[in-house]
Structures are given as structure tokens and as C-alpha cells.
Design a protein around this ligand. Sequence first.
Ligand code: GLA
Length: 383
Amino acid sequence: MRVVEAFRATSGREPDGVWHAPGRVNLIGEHTDYNDGFVLPFAVPWGVTAAMSRRDDDTITLLSLQATGGRPSGEGAFGRPLVISEHEQAEGWARYVVGVFWALRQAGHAVRGADLVIDGDVPQGAGLSSSAALEVAVALALNDLYDLGLSGLDLAVLAQKAENDFVGMPCGIMDQAASALSREGHALFMDCRSLATRAVPLDLAAQGLQILIIDTGVHHELADGQYARRRHDCESAAKRLGVESLRDVTDLAAALSKLDGDERRRVQHVVTENHRVEALIGLLRAGAVREIGALLNASHISLRDQYEVSCPELDVAVEAAVRGGARGARMTGGGFGGSAIALVADDRVGSVRQEIEKAYDRQGWSHPRFLPATPAPGARRLG
Ligand code: GLA
């Protein structure tokens, strides 16, 4: 493993261990997690691998093979590790790592320093949660290295805390939970209020189907501020309706009659999206995976028109996928770029890709990247 080679080359020792955590796609349940709602993501076969050793001081040394181009340079050197003795010095991707140390210490765990080398293959900017993969890989490694005895769910919660309170991104729990708790061949249902999870079998290959990820390659800069604004819209709508969160809206018509403008649209999306998650699980349970396409399409339209987090590149990809024969398609993740997913019969993959490429050509955009997504295992120790 090149992460181990890099560890040896930079420290002259073997690492204490190697851990891996995956990225995710979300099948359905978008922008519901921070509304105490339902989500159904699954882990993708790409993720972050971390070779790590404990230190007996409070220093963290960090090397990312991506930050150094991923290859030994010059005389077998991997570049110099970043040395962090105080949390405030962390910048860029290092904040996700240092944030996990911070969150564990905040929670009272006796975590000291560590030497880390990180390697990752989550397509960057594709909205497949490379940052959650990084956080969870580090959290799992520290759990083992310092014998913390924390569960996968505990680690997901701490990783989310690192991202919320250290990095400053007000995300929900979905990405970290998917990375920490997914099982191979399954999607992960999570009730984001109780944090109860259930593995839902998702055997697409047996039905001659696949989920195709369409990575638009775009990331609209608005994204981060808009995410916080959507959360704020939801919280203020919940307050106006006198409920703790939008999860508690049971009579949608009555709720909508009390709201207008943005808040009305956001509530409509969140409440109907929760219903779609439940309906989709019902179909999977009934062995009707071929029928879930209509729910994917409805989710996209709701995210586009009610939640207003899509963008032209996602809309064109989703529409062209369906024209090309996909059974359904939707944007996945936070929105404003990143990826869409399409449910496609194996013998239609070629025509779906072609239709999307033609549609992108018409717009003068460069082609998106296509990646087949099979539900992969969650975070684990590799060695
Ligand atoms: C991002 C966040 C998640 C979730 C999705 C939208 O991926 O990190 O917590 O809110 O957006 O469903």
C-alpha cells in the first residue's frame, strides 16, 4: 500500500495501523438530516486511507499524498509532513483532521498526538463526501490507537461535531454516518432524530440495474452560504409552525397554509422528501427496486423547484439521463454542482451516457465523468 510506503519513507518506521473510510452517495432523503428526518445513503468504493501511529506528545504530523501529487518526488521523498502543535495553525484540508482530535478531546477523551499519512481516491469536488471520509478515517484510527471503545455511531457524531464546530460547516449527520456505518450491498437508513440506523439490502446487480454517478465537475461558489441559509429557512419555519423541527409536521396542508415564500417551499420539500424515503424503502422491501425511479425523479424536481439547490448542469444531466432511458435520476448531496445519480438498466448505460454527453455538447460544457456506484462497506481497519 503506497500510504504505508510513504509512512516508512517519511518516518523510517512502520505505522501502528492502517484505516479506511469511504465517501457516500445519497439514494434519497436530501436536506432532511438537519430537520430530524430520514436519509438513505450508501458508501461508495472510494475513500480515504490513513496510516497512523501514536505519539507521546501533543504534536500532529500530517502528510497527504494528494497534497504532494501522490507520488514520491525527488530522491524518494514524499514532501514534508505538516507539523501542528496548536489547533489554530491548521488550514485547508488539515482542519478536518485536526478537528477530529479537537472533538475527541472536547468530549473528554485522552487523545494525544499522532503521525498520519493520508491517501484518498474520492473524486474531488464530486459531492461524494471526501471530507466526511477523512474525518471518519481519522476518528476510527484514534479510537483504536487510544482504546477509546467508541461505537461507529459515536465516531460519526464526533466527526460531525468536528465539521460543525471546528471547520465551521453546519452539515447534518448523514455523510459521517454513511461513512462510519454502511454495509456492503446495503443502503443505510437513518432516522436523524433518534439516530437509529438499519441496513437496507440494495442488490441492484441481481436485477440488471446499476446506479450511475454523473459527476458534473462543477462546484458553484454559492454553495456554502446557501446551505446555511436553507438550514435557517427550515429552523425559522419550524418556529413559526410551533414545532421542534420539520420532522414534526404531520399535516402538510395545514402547515403550508400558515407559510409563504421561501419557507413554504422549503417545508414542502422536506416533508414530502421524508415521505419519499419511506416509500422508497417500502418498494425495496417489496423487491420492487425497478420501480423506485419515479421517486428519484420527484425528489429532483422538489430539490430544483421547492428547495432551490439544483443548478443547470445537474438539471441537464438528470433530464438527459431520463431521456436516454434511465428509470429515474436526481441530484445527490448538498447541490449547486457535484453529482447526480441515475438508476439505469445495464443495457441502457451506453445510451444514457450518450444522451447526457450530447446535451452537454449542446450547452458547450465539457463532459461529466461517469462512475458506477456499488454499495461498499463502511469504515474499517485494513492492517
Ligand atoms: C451535505 C451535508 C449533509 C446533508 C446533505 C444534503 O452533504 O453534509 O449533512 O445535509 O448536504 O442532504
